[in-house]
Design a protein around this ligand. Structure first.
Ligand code: ATP
Ligand code: MN
Ligand code: MN
Length: 304
């Protein structure tokens, strides 16, 4: 897909200032840049709490998702409403970026951003994560039903450790299990906990789980990617679209919905709005924001 300067009607900015609104970004669905803009407009209210005050990395797809993708942590490209954070937050690096407003979300989309990834901490306590992420990555040959079961097993372990967790689709192949934390421990300690939990799963059910990265080991098994919990690591944010065929989205769901999911890209830019049940008042993650858990007891129990 080539950028065109031509066709005045199509290339002219719309009411929201979108250039090239009709450019197809995913040939498999025919979804256009304007469809992505409308998607982000429609979820902004629910997505922004997941972005606010948190370093964000962006995946840009200037030629559509089949073209080269640019993973961007710093402000190589100016985008209205995408702000630079204080340089001290990440010494020896260019300033990090954050998006706190609809303007920023749409300003990024206008600059062909498709995906939004965030740190596990906010600027207020940049060295103290406010969540742990278990990114369940299926290896070759893992059936979807096994991944669903894996998510439940992960939830069960966390419950035994006294931790509540929330579920979202990744928008890609897998699922993300997210544990909200009060920002107390440093990222090393949080990562160590997540590593311990992943190893516990891999030791208990070795035919199903692996806790070490490396494609060879994963065949037929699920890698519990605890590495998302390292300092300055990112995870696909809730509600982000994915720059993959079909434009799946990372959708927060209720645990009750797990059996009904058909895959990590169960919801897409095209179908997300029909799902958005929380528009009618039942946000499955509502309690996520009020939950302040610590890892003290959980770590002790895990070590036993
Ligand atoms: P899936 O369900 O298909 O696994 P996912 O979002 O969990 O989807 P992963 O491959 O498991 O995908 O995760 C890739 C992780 O690496 C993301 O969390 C992303 O934030 C991070 N990341 C770091 N650097 C890059 C980069 N240069 N390009 C893409 N992702 C990157
Ligand atoms: Mn993953
Ligand atoms: Mn991963």
């Amino acid at each position: 897909v080539r950028e065109q300067a031509a066709a005045p009607s199509a290339a002219r900015a719309t009411a929201t200032g979108v250039t090239h609104p009709d450019r197809v970004i995913d040939r498999t669905t025919g979804l256009r840049k304007i469809d992505l803009v409308h998607y982000y407009e429609s979820v902004a209210e629910w997505m922004l709490p997941h972005l606010r005050q948190r370093p964000v990395s962006l995946v840009r797809a200037p030629q559509g998702i089949e073209g080269q993708l640019f993973f961007q942590k710093h402000s190589e490209t100016r985008m209205p409403g995408v702000v630079e954070l204080a340089a001290e937050l990440w010494p020896d690096h260019a300033p990090l970026l954050a998006i706190d407003t609809v303007e920023g979300l749409l300003g990024a989309t206008q600059m062909n951003v498709v995906e939004f990834h965030t740190w596990n901490s906010t600027v207020k306590h940049i060295d103290r994560p406010d969540r742990v992420v278990f990114d369940l990555d299926p290896g070759e040959g893992v059936a979807w039903a096994q991944l669903q079961e894996a998510a439940l097993l992960m939830r069960t372990l966390l419950e035994e450790l006294g931790l509540k967790s929330w579920l979202k689709t990744s928008g890609g192949k897998g699922l993300h299990v997210v544990v909200p934390l009060a920002p107390r421990l440093g990222s090393e300690a949080v990562k160590a906990f997540s590593h311990g939990a992943a190893e516990h799963m891999a030791r208990t059910i070795p035919q199903r789980f692996v806790a070490k990265s490396g494609a060879g080991r994963r065949e037929g098994r699920i890698f519990i990617d605890y590495l998302r919990n390292g300092h300055a690591q990112t995870t696909a944010a809730a509600f982000t679209a994915r720059a993959r065929p079909g434009l799946g989205v990372s959708m927060p769901v209720d645990w009750e919905q797990l059996p009904t999911l058909k895959g990590g890209a169960h919801w897409t830019v095209r179908t997300a709005r029909e799902y958005l049940s929380f528009a009618s008042g039942s946000d499955p993650w509502a309690a996520y924001w009020k939950t302040r858990q610590t890892l003290t007891t959980a770590t002790k129990r895990l070590m036993r």
